[in-house]
Design a protein around this ligand. Structure first.
Ligand SMILES: NC(=O)c1ccc[n+]([C@@H]2O[C@H](COP(=O)([O-])OP(=O)(O)OC[C@H]3O[C@@H](n4cnc5c(N)ncnc54)[C@H](O)[C@@H]3O)[C@@H](O)[C@H]2O)c1
Length: 249
């Protein structure tokens, strides 16, 4: 078993003067990403269905500015109003997401498909779309939360979740192609099983992967921070596996 990633992957000036948008920032991976980007010198605009002010306070305690706002990423008009109003955006990380239960095929229904695709896929797209004018001005970077589930058909999740994450991987490649000429880079991170609320109580254990432990949110945030930074200047359109060896390439 290897040790979890340490904090502070970025040079403390790597994102100096930059503004990073993080959705799903109230908890889990999104909250840790916010801290990691703040360690790299960024100021944060934090959005979540739940109040993300605790994350904002933690960012402010590190000497960075943070805006915290409740926002449902499935509400396209609200996303356009809140994120579209930001005059500067250098980084967008889409971490807002919901789980999809391993539903037997006969029980799949419209409501569950719409719920999961609505947040995981469309919510990410609305977020990126709203930020795109500012991202183009900044020559910015997008990092989307995909999943190993979208590559291998899931560990224990259902078809709605698997489809939403596979679609994210495809969308990031589309975005990378479309926006390269505008100076915007887009990548996805595909975690394996991460110790957050999302999988708590669902029977996941470290046995799922060769490294023999669940990922921490920090393990994932470390890689996201790298992809969000100028250190990853020549990376776009990739899906980066962070899965303890569960799925190899
Ligand atoms: N935990 C894992 O094992 C795992 C594995 C692979 C990928 N992911 C992905 O990573 C991302 C973060 O997941 P996590 O593990 O931190 O889960 P989490 O449940 O701890 O956090 C998800 C956050 O998204 C927010 N959210 C949900 N619906 C929203 C909406 N409509 N609008 C705005 N915010 C909303 C929640 O309030 C929550 O704060 C998700 O996209 C998830 O699919 C997680």
């Amino acid at each position: 078993m290897t040790a979890p990633a340490p904090t502070g992957v970025l040079h403390p000036e790597a994102l100096a003067g930059q503004i990073a948008v993080v959705t799903g920032a109230a908890r889990g991976i999104g909250a840790v990403v916010a801290l990691e980007l703040a360690r790299g010198g960024a100021d944060l605009a934090l959005f979540d269905l739940d109040e993300p002010s605790a994350t904002a306070e933690a960012v402010q305690a590190m000497g960075r500015k943070a805006h915290a706002e409740r926002l449902d990423v499935t509400d396209r008009a609200a996303v356009e109003t809140s994120i579209g109003a930001l005059s500067r955006v250098d980084v967008v990380v889409t971490s807002a997401g919901v789980y999809g239960e391993p539903t037997p095929v006969a029980d799949i229904d419209d409501a569950d498909m719409d719920r999961v695709l609505g947040v995981n896929l469309k919510g990410a797209l609305w977020t990126i779309r709203a930020a795109l004018p500012a991202l183009r001005r900044a020559g910015g970077r997008v990092v989307c939360l995909g999943s190993a589930a979208g590559e291998v058909g899931g560990i224990a999740s259902g078809p709605q979740y698997v489809a939403s994450k596979g679609a994210i991987h495809a969308m990031v490649k589309w975005l990378a192609r479309m926006e390269a000429a505008n100076g915007v880079a887009a990548n996805a991170v595909a975690p394996g099983a991460v110790e957050t609320n999302m999988i708590a109580g669902r029977g996941y254990s470290g046995d799922y992967c060769p490294l023999g432990r669940l990922a921490t949110a920090q393990d994932i945030a470390t890689v996201i921070a790298f992809l969000a930074s100028p250190h990853a200047a020549y990376m776009t359109g990739t899906v980066v596996d962070v899965n303890g060896g569960f799925h190899m390439g």
